[in-house]
Design a protein around this ligand. Sequence first.
Ligand code: PA5
Length: 408
Amino acid sequence: MRNKLYFQARLKDKAEYAYKAIVQEKTSIGYYKLPEQDITGILAYANKIPSDVTSIAVIGIGGSSLGAKAVYEFLKPVEKLTRSLYFFESTDPINIQNKIDMLDLEKTHFLVISKSGTTVETFAIYKLLLSKQADTNAYTFITDKGSELEKYAQSIDASVLHLADNVGGRFSVLSSVGLLPLALCGVDIEALLRGANSVNKSFFEDGYLKSTLLEKALFYARNHAKYHINCLFAYSESLKYFCEWYVQLWGESLGKKQRHSAFHVGLTPIGLIGPKDQHSFLQLIMEGTRDKSVTFIQIEDFQDTLKIPDISLKHLESLDILNDISFAELINMQCNSVMEALLEEENIPLDKIVIPKANAENVGSLIFYYELLTSLVGELIDVNTYDQPGVEAAKKILKKKLKKKLDI
Ligand code: PA5
Protein backbone atom coordinates (compact mmCIF):
# COMPACT_ATOMS: atom_id res chain seq x y z
CA MET A 1 0.00 0.00 0.00
CA ARG A 2 1.02 3.59 -0.56
CA ASN A 3 -0.09 6.60 1.43
CA LYS A 4 0.35 10.15 0.15
CA LEU A 5 -0.42 13.02 2.52
CA TYR A 6 -1.60 16.33 1.12
CA PHE A 7 -0.88 18.13 4.39
CA GLN A 8 2.17 18.60 6.56
CA ALA A 9 2.91 18.31 10.25
CA ARG A 10 6.46 19.14 11.24
CA LEU A 11 7.97 16.13 12.96
CA LYS A 12 9.83 17.30 16.00
CA ASP A 13 10.04 16.28 19.63
CA LYS A 14 6.37 15.22 19.85
CA ALA A 15 6.81 12.59 17.15
CA GLU A 16 9.81 11.13 18.94
CA TYR A 17 7.81 11.11 22.17
CA ALA A 18 4.85 9.29 20.55
CA TYR A 19 7.13 6.77 18.90
CA LYS A 20 8.88 5.98 22.18
CA ALA A 21 5.53 5.63 23.96
CA ILE A 22 4.35 3.14 21.34
CA VAL A 23 7.57 1.14 21.56
CA GLN A 24 7.05 1.04 25.33
CA GLU A 25 3.42 -0.08 24.86
CA LYS A 26 4.60 -3.08 22.86
CA THR A 27 5.65 -4.70 26.11
CA SER A 28 2.12 -4.67 27.54
CA ILE A 29 -0.47 -4.32 24.74
CA GLY A 30 -1.04 -7.63 22.99
CA TYR A 31 -2.09 -6.65 19.46
CA TYR A 32 1.41 -5.47 18.45
CA LYS A 33 2.62 -9.07 18.58
CA LEU A 34 -0.15 -10.53 16.40
CA PRO A 35 1.51 -10.08 12.96
CA GLU A 36 4.38 -12.33 14.05
CA GLN A 37 2.37 -14.94 15.95
CA ASP A 38 2.53 -18.68 15.30
CA ILE A 39 -0.76 -19.73 13.67
CA THR A 40 -0.16 -23.47 13.36
CA GLY A 41 -2.65 -24.13 16.20
CA ILE A 42 -5.40 -22.08 14.53
CA LEU A 43 -4.82 -23.75 11.14
CA ALA A 44 -4.81 -27.21 12.70
CA TYR A 45 -8.04 -26.48 14.54
CA ALA A 46 -9.69 -25.15 11.35
CA ASN A 47 -8.70 -28.35 9.53
CA LYS A 48 -10.52 -30.43 12.12
CA ILE A 49 -13.93 -28.93 11.26
CA PRO A 50 -15.72 -31.54 9.13
CA SER A 51 -15.72 -30.94 5.39
CA ASP A 52 -19.52 -31.31 5.15
CA VAL A 53 -19.85 -28.04 7.11
CA THR A 54 -20.77 -25.47 4.47
CA SER A 55 -21.47 -22.41 6.62
CA ILE A 56 -19.79 -20.72 9.54
CA ALA A 57 -21.88 -18.56 11.87
CA VAL A 58 -20.17 -16.03 14.13
CA ILE A 59 -22.17 -15.13 17.23
CA GLY A 60 -20.50 -12.02 18.62
CA ILE A 61 -20.74 -8.23 18.55
CA GLY A 62 -18.43 -5.20 18.18
CA GLY A 63 -14.79 -6.22 18.25
CA SER A 64 -15.82 -9.86 18.25
CA SER A 65 -17.34 -9.68 14.77
CA LEU A 66 -16.54 -6.48 12.86
CA GLY A 67 -12.95 -7.37 11.92
CA ALA A 68 -13.70 -10.78 10.41
CA LYS A 69 -16.70 -9.28 8.62
CA ALA A 70 -14.54 -6.49 7.13
CA VAL A 71 -12.00 -8.97 5.73
CA TYR A 72 -14.59 -11.50 4.56
CA GLU A 73 -16.71 -8.92 2.73
CA PHE A 74 -13.61 -7.40 1.13
CA LEU A 75 -12.35 -10.73 -0.23
CA LYS A 76 -15.64 -12.47 -1.03
CA PRO A 77 -16.18 -10.79 -4.42
CA VAL A 78 -12.67 -11.59 -5.70
CA GLU A 79 -11.59 -14.85 -4.09
CA LYS A 80 -13.04 -18.32 -4.23
CA LEU A 81 -13.91 -18.80 -0.58
CA THR A 82 -14.76 -22.30 0.57
CA ARG A 83 -17.56 -21.62 3.05
CA SER A 84 -20.07 -18.85 3.67
CA LEU A 85 -19.74 -16.73 6.77
CA TYR A 86 -22.80 -15.36 8.62
CA PHE A 87 -22.76 -12.87 11.47
CA PHE A 88 -25.29 -12.91 14.29
CA GLU A 89 -24.68 -9.50 15.85
CA SER A 90 -28.09 -7.99 16.36
CA THR A 91 -30.97 -8.61 18.72
CA ASP A 92 -33.38 -7.44 16.01
CA PRO A 93 -35.76 -10.44 15.94
CA ILE A 94 -36.49 -10.20 12.23
CA ASN A 95 -32.80 -10.06 11.39
CA ILE A 96 -32.11 -13.10 13.59
CA GLN A 97 -34.91 -15.13 12.05
CA ASN A 98 -33.84 -14.19 8.50
CA LYS A 99 -30.31 -15.38 9.20
CA ILE A 100 -31.50 -18.63 10.75
CA ASP A 101 -33.66 -19.23 7.68
CA MET A 102 -30.59 -18.87 5.46
CA LEU A 103 -28.70 -21.62 7.32
CA ASP A 104 -28.80 -25.37 7.13
CA LEU A 105 -28.25 -25.87 10.87
CA GLU A 106 -26.90 -29.39 10.38
CA LYS A 107 -24.17 -28.07 8.07
CA THR A 108 -23.23 -25.01 10.13
CA HIS A 109 -20.42 -24.60 12.63
CA PHE A 110 -21.05 -21.88 15.23
CA LEU A 111 -18.30 -19.69 16.67
CA VAL A 112 -19.39 -18.04 19.90
CA ILE A 113 -16.96 -15.17 20.35
CA SER A 114 -16.82 -12.98 23.43
CA LYS A 115 -13.70 -11.63 25.11
CA SER A 116 -15.51 -10.91 28.39
CA GLY A 117 -17.71 -13.96 28.00
CA THR A 118 -20.80 -12.19 29.31
CA THR A 119 -22.13 -9.90 26.56
CA VAL A 120 -25.93 -9.86 26.55
CA GLU A 121 -26.47 -9.77 22.76
CA THR A 122 -24.14 -12.70 22.18
CA PHE A 123 -25.71 -14.94 24.80
CA ALA A 124 -29.31 -14.06 23.94
CA ILE A 125 -28.60 -15.27 20.39
CA TYR A 126 -26.53 -18.26 21.55
CA LYS A 127 -29.41 -19.46 23.77
CA LEU A 128 -31.79 -19.26 20.83
CA LEU A 129 -29.43 -21.15 18.50
CA LEU A 130 -28.72 -23.74 21.17
CA SER A 131 -32.45 -24.45 21.38
CA LYS A 132 -32.32 -25.29 17.66
CA GLN A 133 -28.93 -27.05 17.48
CA ALA A 134 -28.02 -28.79 20.73
CA ASP A 135 -24.98 -30.72 19.47
CA THR A 136 -21.99 -29.25 21.35
CA ASN A 137 -19.65 -30.39 18.56
CA ALA A 138 -21.28 -27.76 16.37
CA TYR A 139 -19.87 -24.98 18.59
CA THR A 140 -16.45 -23.47 19.24
CA PHE A 141 -16.02 -20.79 21.91
CA ILE A 142 -13.42 -18.02 21.71
CA THR A 143 -12.83 -16.04 24.88
CA ASP A 144 -10.22 -14.76 27.35
CA LYS A 145 -8.35 -17.32 29.42
CA GLY A 146 -10.22 -18.07 32.67
CA SER A 147 -13.48 -16.33 31.71
CA GLU A 148 -16.85 -17.65 32.89
CA LEU A 149 -17.51 -18.55 29.27
CA GLU A 150 -14.48 -20.81 29.22
CA LYS A 151 -15.79 -22.53 32.35
CA TYR A 152 -19.21 -22.97 30.74
CA ALA A 153 -17.69 -24.40 27.54
CA GLN A 154 -15.62 -26.85 29.55
CA SER A 155 -18.71 -27.91 31.48
CA ILE A 156 -20.42 -28.97 28.23
CA ASP A 157 -17.23 -30.47 26.78
CA ALA A 158 -17.08 -27.97 23.95
CA SER A 159 -13.87 -26.64 22.37
CA VAL A 160 -12.41 -23.34 23.52
CA LEU A 161 -9.80 -21.16 21.86
CA HIS A 162 -8.24 -18.25 23.74
CA LEU A 163 -7.64 -14.69 22.70
CA ALA A 164 -3.96 -13.78 22.89
CA ASP A 165 -3.10 -11.95 26.13
CA ASN A 166 -4.04 -8.27 26.44
CA VAL A 167 -5.71 -7.94 23.08
CA GLY A 168 -8.76 -5.64 23.21
CA GLY A 169 -11.92 -6.52 21.26
CA ARG A 170 -11.52 -3.89 18.55
CA PHE A 171 -7.83 -4.78 18.11
CA SER A 172 -8.52 -8.52 17.90
CA VAL A 173 -9.15 -9.20 14.21
CA LEU A 174 -5.63 -10.61 13.73
CA SER A 175 -6.05 -12.94 16.74
CA SER A 176 -8.12 -16.17 16.89
CA VAL A 177 -11.22 -13.92 16.94
CA GLY A 178 -10.77 -13.00 13.28
CA LEU A 179 -8.34 -15.65 12.09
CA LEU A 180 -10.41 -18.73 12.91
CA PRO A 181 -13.62 -17.70 11.10
CA LEU A 182 -11.58 -16.46 8.15
CA ALA A 183 -9.43 -19.61 7.97
CA LEU A 184 -12.61 -21.72 8.07
CA CYS A 185 -13.80 -19.92 4.94
CA GLY A 186 -10.56 -20.47 3.08
CA VAL A 187 -9.03 -17.01 3.54
CA ASP A 188 -5.24 -17.13 3.38
CA ILE A 189 -4.58 -16.00 6.96
CA GLU A 190 -0.82 -16.33 6.52
CA ALA A 191 -1.03 -13.71 3.78
CA LEU A 192 -3.24 -11.54 6.00
CA LEU A 193 -0.56 -11.57 8.71
CA ARG A 194 2.23 -11.10 6.16
CA GLY A 195 0.53 -7.87 5.07
CA ALA A 196 0.15 -6.74 8.68
CA ASN A 197 3.77 -7.59 9.36
CA SER A 198 5.03 -5.54 6.43
CA VAL A 199 3.41 -2.47 8.03
CA ASN A 200 4.69 -3.54 11.45
CA LYS A 201 8.25 -3.75 10.11
CA SER A 202 8.04 -0.58 8.08
CA PHE A 203 6.92 1.33 11.19
CA PHE A 204 9.18 -0.22 13.82
CA GLU A 205 12.24 -0.70 11.63
CA ASP A 206 12.51 2.79 10.17
CA GLY A 207 10.66 2.16 6.91
CA TYR A 208 8.67 4.81 5.07
CA LEU A 209 5.55 4.21 7.16
CA LYS A 210 7.30 5.39 10.31
CA SER A 211 7.44 9.01 9.21
CA THR A 212 4.10 8.81 7.33
CA LEU A 213 2.19 7.43 10.29
CA LEU A 214 3.87 9.78 12.76
CA GLU A 215 3.18 12.77 10.56
CA LYS A 216 -0.45 11.79 10.07
CA ALA A 217 -1.00 11.06 13.77
CA LEU A 218 0.62 14.35 14.77
CA PHE A 219 -1.58 16.22 12.35
CA TYR A 220 -4.77 14.62 13.72
CA ALA A 221 -3.68 15.19 17.31
CA ARG A 222 -2.59 18.81 16.89
CA ASN A 223 -5.80 19.60 15.03
CA HIS A 224 -8.14 17.42 17.05
CA ALA A 225 -10.31 20.35 18.06
CA LYS A 226 -10.44 21.85 14.57
CA TYR A 227 -10.63 18.81 12.26
CA HIS A 228 -12.45 16.55 14.68
CA ILE A 229 -14.36 14.60 12.01
CA ASN A 230 -12.27 12.10 10.07
CA CYS A 231 -13.92 10.72 6.95
CA LEU A 232 -12.70 7.51 5.37
CA PHE A 233 -13.87 7.70 1.75
CA ALA A 234 -13.36 4.27 0.18
CA TYR A 235 -13.89 3.83 -3.54
CA SER A 236 -15.10 0.23 -3.54
CA GLU A 237 -18.33 -1.35 -2.33
CA SER A 238 -16.23 -4.16 -0.89
CA LEU A 239 -14.76 -1.77 1.69
CA LYS A 240 -18.13 -0.97 3.27
CA TYR A 241 -17.52 -3.23 6.26
CA PHE A 242 -13.91 -2.11 6.54
CA CYS A 243 -15.39 1.37 7.10
CA GLU A 244 -17.63 -0.06 9.87
CA TRP A 245 -14.59 -1.64 11.49
CA TYR A 246 -12.75 1.71 11.25
CA VAL A 247 -15.69 3.53 12.85
CA GLN A 248 -15.54 1.21 15.85
CA LEU A 249 -11.74 1.28 16.14
CA TRP A 250 -11.46 5.05 15.89
CA GLY A 251 -14.58 6.01 17.88
CA GLU A 252 -14.26 3.54 20.74
CA SER A 253 -10.52 4.11 21.11
CA LEU A 254 -10.32 7.88 20.78
CA GLY A 255 -13.54 9.25 22.29
CA LYS A 256 -12.52 9.58 25.94
CA LYS A 257 -11.85 11.75 28.95
CA GLN A 258 -8.18 12.70 28.84
CA ARG A 259 -5.86 10.85 31.22
CA HIS A 260 -4.28 13.98 32.68
CA SER A 261 -7.08 16.52 32.55
CA ALA A 262 -10.80 16.89 33.15
CA PHE A 263 -11.49 17.39 29.43
CA HIS A 264 -13.44 15.13 27.13
CA VAL A 265 -11.88 14.76 23.69
CA GLY A 266 -12.58 12.68 20.64
CA LEU A 267 -12.22 12.25 16.94
CA THR A 268 -15.39 11.31 15.09
CA PRO A 269 -15.07 8.65 12.39
CA ILE A 270 -17.28 8.67 9.32
CA GLY A 271 -17.22 5.85 6.77
CA LEU A 272 -18.12 6.79 3.20
CA ILE A 273 -18.30 4.73 0.03
CA GLY A 274 -17.63 6.16 -3.41
CA PRO A 275 -19.09 6.93 -5.83
CA LYS A 276 -22.42 6.64 -3.94
CA ASP A 277 -21.50 9.15 -1.23
CA GLN A 278 -20.10 11.70 -3.65
CA HIS A 279 -23.77 12.17 -4.58
CA SER A 280 -24.71 12.91 -0.98
CA PHE A 281 -22.20 13.54 1.84
CA LEU A 282 -19.63 15.17 -0.42
CA GLN A 283 -21.58 18.44 -0.45
CA LEU A 284 -21.13 18.71 3.32
CA ILE A 285 -17.39 18.15 3.03
CA MET A 286 -16.98 20.55 0.12
CA GLU A 287 -18.95 23.52 1.44
CA GLY A 288 -19.80 22.71 5.03
CA THR A 289 -17.99 23.64 8.23
CA ARG A 290 -14.24 23.17 7.97
CA ASP A 291 -14.10 20.48 10.65
CA LYS A 292 -13.39 17.41 8.51
CA SER A 293 -10.36 15.60 7.18
CA VAL A 294 -10.73 13.05 4.41
CA THR A 295 -8.72 9.91 3.66
CA PHE A 296 -9.44 8.34 0.29
CA ILE A 297 -8.88 4.65 -0.26
CA GLN A 298 -8.45 3.55 -3.82
CA ILE A 299 -7.94 0.08 -5.31
CA GLU A 300 -5.39 0.40 -8.08
CA ASP A 301 -6.19 -2.82 -9.93
CA PHE A 302 -9.74 -4.17 -9.63
CA GLN A 303 -8.65 -7.30 -11.55
CA ASP A 304 -11.72 -6.81 -13.68
CA THR A 305 -12.20 -5.82 -17.30
CA LEU A 306 -15.93 -5.03 -17.34
CA LYS A 307 -16.33 -2.24 -19.89
CA ILE A 308 -18.94 0.32 -20.83
CA PRO A 309 -20.13 -0.72 -24.31
CA ASP A 310 -19.55 1.53 -27.28
CA ILE A 311 -23.17 2.61 -27.65
CA SER A 312 -24.34 6.05 -28.70
CA LEU A 313 -27.71 7.16 -27.32
CA LYS A 314 -29.82 9.57 -29.30
CA HIS A 315 -29.97 13.04 -27.69
CA LEU A 316 -27.40 11.79 -25.16
CA GLU A 317 -24.40 11.84 -27.49
CA SER A 318 -22.51 13.94 -24.92
CA LEU A 319 -22.26 10.72 -22.90
CA ASP A 320 -20.27 8.99 -25.66
CA ILE A 321 -17.25 10.01 -23.56
CA LEU A 322 -18.05 6.95 -21.45
CA ASN A 323 -17.79 4.51 -24.32
CA ASP A 324 -15.21 1.76 -24.17
CA ILE A 325 -13.71 2.62 -20.82
CA SER A 326 -13.65 0.06 -18.06
CA PHE A 327 -15.67 0.51 -14.86
CA ALA A 328 -12.41 0.12 -12.92
CA GLU A 329 -10.97 3.14 -14.74
CA LEU A 330 -14.21 5.05 -14.23
CA ILE A 331 -14.42 4.54 -10.47
CA ASN A 332 -10.79 5.59 -9.98
CA MET A 333 -11.32 8.62 -12.21
CA GLN A 334 -14.28 9.52 -10.01
CA CYS A 335 -12.16 9.27 -6.89
CA ASN A 336 -9.42 11.42 -8.43
CA SER A 337 -11.94 14.02 -9.59
CA VAL A 338 -13.42 14.37 -6.11
CA MET A 339 -9.92 14.69 -4.67
CA GLU A 340 -8.99 17.35 -7.20
CA ALA A 341 -12.14 19.30 -6.41
CA LEU A 342 -11.42 19.14 -2.68
CA LEU A 343 -7.78 20.13 -3.15
CA GLU A 344 -8.97 23.37 -4.70
CA GLU A 345 -10.81 24.18 -1.49
CA GLU A 346 -9.06 25.58 1.58
CA ASN A 347 -8.84 23.87 4.94
CA ILE A 348 -9.86 20.36 3.98
CA PRO A 349 -6.88 18.13 4.86
CA LEU A 350 -6.65 15.13 2.54
CA ASP A 351 -4.64 12.01 2.08
CA LYS A 352 -4.91 8.99 -0.17
CA ILE A 353 -4.16 5.33 0.49
CA VAL A 354 -3.69 3.18 -2.61
CA ILE A 355 -4.11 -0.58 -2.31
CA PRO A 356 -2.55 -2.37 -5.30
CA LYS A 357 -5.38 -4.93 -5.43
CA ALA A 358 -7.95 -6.69 -3.26
CA ASN A 359 -6.25 -9.61 -1.54
CA ALA A 360 -5.62 -10.90 1.98
CA GLU A 361 -2.12 -9.43 2.23
CA ASN A 362 -3.26 -5.93 1.35
CA VAL A 363 -6.22 -5.89 3.73
CA GLY A 364 -3.87 -7.17 6.46
CA SER A 365 -1.64 -4.16 5.81
CA LEU A 366 -4.57 -1.77 5.92
CA ILE A 367 -5.79 -3.21 9.23
CA PHE A 368 -2.43 -2.91 10.95
CA TYR A 369 -1.86 0.54 9.49
CA TYR A 370 -5.12 1.74 11.10
CA GLU A 371 -4.40 0.02 14.40
CA LEU A 372 -0.99 1.73 14.65
CA LEU A 373 -2.45 5.07 13.64
CA THR A 374 -5.13 4.75 16.34
CA SER A 375 -2.54 3.93 19.01
CA LEU A 376 -0.38 6.89 18.00
CA VAL A 377 -3.25 9.38 17.99
CA GLY A 378 -4.52 8.03 21.33
CA GLU A 379 -1.11 8.59 22.87
CA LEU A 380 -0.84 12.10 21.45
CA ILE A 381 -4.31 13.24 22.56
CA ASP A 382 -3.66 11.69 25.98
CA VAL A 383 -6.42 9.11 26.24
CA ASN A 384 -6.43 5.45 27.23
CA THR A 385 -6.85 3.99 23.74
CA TYR A 386 -7.64 0.51 25.01
CA ASP A 387 -10.50 0.89 27.47
CA GLN A 388 -14.20 1.58 26.77
CA PRO A 389 -15.90 2.77 29.98
CA GLY A 390 -18.74 4.32 27.97
CA VAL A 391 -19.61 1.00 26.36
CA GLU A 392 -19.32 -0.80 29.70
CA ALA A 393 -21.67 1.72 31.37
CA ALA A 394 -24.51 0.88 29.00
CA LYS A 395 -23.84 -2.86 29.39
CA LYS A 396 -24.17 -2.53 33.19
CA ILE A 397 -27.45 -0.61 33.03
CA LEU A 398 -28.95 -3.17 30.67
CA LYS A 399 -28.01 -5.98 33.04
CA LYS A 400 -29.62 -4.08 35.96
CA LYS A 401 -32.82 -3.63 33.96
CA LEU A 402 -32.88 -7.31 33.02
CA LYS A 403 -32.31 -8.29 36.64
CA LYS A 404 -35.19 -6.08 37.84
CA LYS A 405 -37.48 -7.94 35.48
CA LEU A 406 -36.42 -11.19 37.12
CA ASP A 407 -37.02 -9.71 40.60
CA ILE A 408 -40.63 -8.69 39.81
O1 PA5 B 1 -13.96 -3.33 21.44
C1 PA5 B 1 -14.58 -3.69 22.41
O2 PA5 B 1 -14.03 -3.92 23.50
C2 PA5 B 1 -16.09 -3.91 22.33
O3 PA5 B 1 -16.63 -3.46 21.15
C3 PA5 B 1 -16.37 -5.40 22.47
O4 PA5 B 1 -15.74 -6.08 21.43
C4 PA5 B 1 -17.88 -5.68 22.45
O5 PA5 B 1 -18.52 -4.95 23.45
C5 PA5 B 1 -18.13 -7.18 22.67
O6 PA5 B 1 -17.56 -7.60 23.86
P1 PA5 B 1 -17.19 -9.09 24.14
O7 PA5 B 1 -16.19 -9.53 23.11
O8 PA5 B 1 -16.62 -9.10 25.52
O9 PA5 B 1 -18.46 -9.88 24.05
